[in-house]
Design a protein around this ligand. Structure first.
Ligand SMILES: NC(=O)c1ccc[n+]([C@@H]2O[C@H](COP(=O)([O-])OP(=O)(O)OC[C@H]3O[C@@H](n4cnc5c(N)ncnc54)[C@H](OP(=O)(O)O)[C@@H]3O)[C@@H](O)[C@H]2O)c1
Length: 308
């Protein structure tokens, strides 16, 4: 373990991707855990290996939290090198630093590492088989971290939303204000998960790992973290529109006007998994928490984003 961590001093925590949906929430949730150094893309570019090395050797953080990622899933199909640089090579470099220095690395991954077959929720030890360039690049990032031997925690999550940043729920509200009807895919299923929840459980997990060094290695590794329950994109869109309407927002397209369509009726460059359900029992057992259903989290985010 890193000498500074062993000494019990407040750890220096480098947060990368601090302006994204999750990064923004981590800026809040990680504050009580140490000396937090949040950096957005302008200060720390995950695709710039030399810059990243210089940053790490200058700052010498005891914890690196990586919320930065190339998340443009469709664009990644045309930019595989860029996705690979940010989602695989950048994390590999962070892992090398962590392995050499004894620092902790907390990293995030995605349901898109799976092919979406079957109806059972995916467990951590199920074989990944990504369908898209984005999913492949995220899986390569996971594998590089695990192969480095560094002390790490990788949290795979799904369908992330937050009041700040772009996401499906906010896109639905905008489109429903502009159009009389919407067509939304009803045969892909997953769990919308709030960046707030991910950030709060990240802080709890990190607190455990830093406070219980003997148990830390045994509990480190890969975990699934999503809300409980599941829905389709169509079900999600209807829930969003029903809620904002109930709160008095005037829409051109109401929930009843959202048409359920199949994946084949909505062609996009990157194939998505049909079944994105994640089995989160391991994380619940380790942290002793209960993962809340997605609906109240979505409603709270909408109330906050639109001051409802
Ligand atoms: N969003 C989802 O639905 C979802 C689902 C499953 C898993 N995840 C995973 O959850 C994590 C957080 O995602 P999120 O929803 O917070 O994504 P996000 O809102 O898109 O945030 C990602 C952040 O990374 C930054 N970034 C992109 N390229 C970078 C680079 N080269 N160097 C440094 N920063 C860079 C982005 O900056 P710019 O805005 O300037 O590009 C953005 O601020 C990621 O690991 C993602 O793969 C997300």
């Amino acid at each position: 373990m890193n000498a500074a961590l062993r000494s019990g001093r407040s750890p220096r925590i480098l947060l990368l991707g601090a302006d994204g949906q999750l990064g923004w929430e981590l800026r809040r949730a990680l504050l009580p855990l140490g000396e937090l150094v949040p950096m957005g893309r302008a200060q720390a570019d995950l695709g710039d290996a030399a810059g990243l090395r210089a940053l790490l050797s200058g700052l010498r953080p005891q914890v690196v939290v990586n919320a930065a990622a190339y998340t443009a899933v469709d664009r990644a199909q045309d930019e595989p090198e860029a996705a690979q640089r940010v989602n695989a090579e950048g994390p590999a470099l962070l892992a090398d630093y962590a392995a050499a220095s004894g620092a902790w690395l907390l990293h995030y991954s995605t349901d898109y590492v799976f092919d979406g077959s079957g109806t059972r929720a995916w467990r951590e030890d199920d074989a990944p088989r990504p369908l898209s360039v984005y999913g492949r690049s995220k899986l390569d990032g996971e594998r590089a971290i695990r192969a480095s031997g560094c002390a790490h925690l990788i949290l795979r999550t799904s369908w992330v939303f937050a009041a700040r940043g772009a996401n499906f729920a906010k896109t639905m509200v905008r489109l429903a204000g502009e159009r009389e009807s919407l067509r939304v895919v009803a045969d892909q299923v997953g769990a919308p998960t709030s960046a707030e929840l991910i950030a709060d459980l990240s802080a709890l997990a990190l607190h455990r790992l830093l406070r219980e060094p003997e148990l830390a290695r045994a509990n480190a590794g890969l975990y699934h973290l999503s809300s409980s329950g599941s829905t389709s994109w169509h079900g999600y869109a209807c829930h969003v529109l029903e809620h904002v309407e109930r709160r008095g927002m005037r829409l051109r397209c109401r929930a009843a006007d959202v048409q359920a369509i199949g994946t084949a009726d909505y062609p996009v460059p990157a194939p998505r998994p049909a079944n994105s359900r994640l089995d989160c029992q391991a994380l619940q057992a380790w942290l002793g928490v209960w993962l809340p259903p997605w609906q109240p989290q979505v409603e709270r985010m909408l109330d906050e984003a639109y001051a409802l």
